[in-house]
Design a protein around this ligand. Structure first.
Ligand SMILES: [Zn+2]
Length: 80
């Protein structure tokens, strides 16, 4: 069965790319309500552009939290 929604159908998607990208940080931090999260997941499943943004944001957060962990480790060494 061919999918008819190859061309742009703005009304078909509840979340726009702009909305999704705007919310991705909160999405990664788990700060969104389950319904909004669901909308983002739905959009991401269909949109490779936003998947790229999600991956990039993930990497950034990993680095951010990685840096925090290093600081924690330093604190532990001082405390020991
Ligand atoms: Zn998108």
């Amino acid at each position: 069965m061919a999918r008819a929604q190859v061309t742009s159908q703005p009304r078909d998607r509840i979340m726009s790319c702009r909305d999704t990208i705007h919310l991705i940080c909160w999405y990664l931090e788990g700060k969104l309500s389950p319904s909004v999260e669901g909308e983002i997941r739905k959009h991401l499943a269909d949109c490779s552009d936003c998947q790229l943004v999600l991956n990039a944001a993930n990497t950034t957060l990993d680095r951010y939290f990685g840096a925090e962990r290093v600081e924690e480790a330093v604190g532990e060494i001082k405390a020991a």
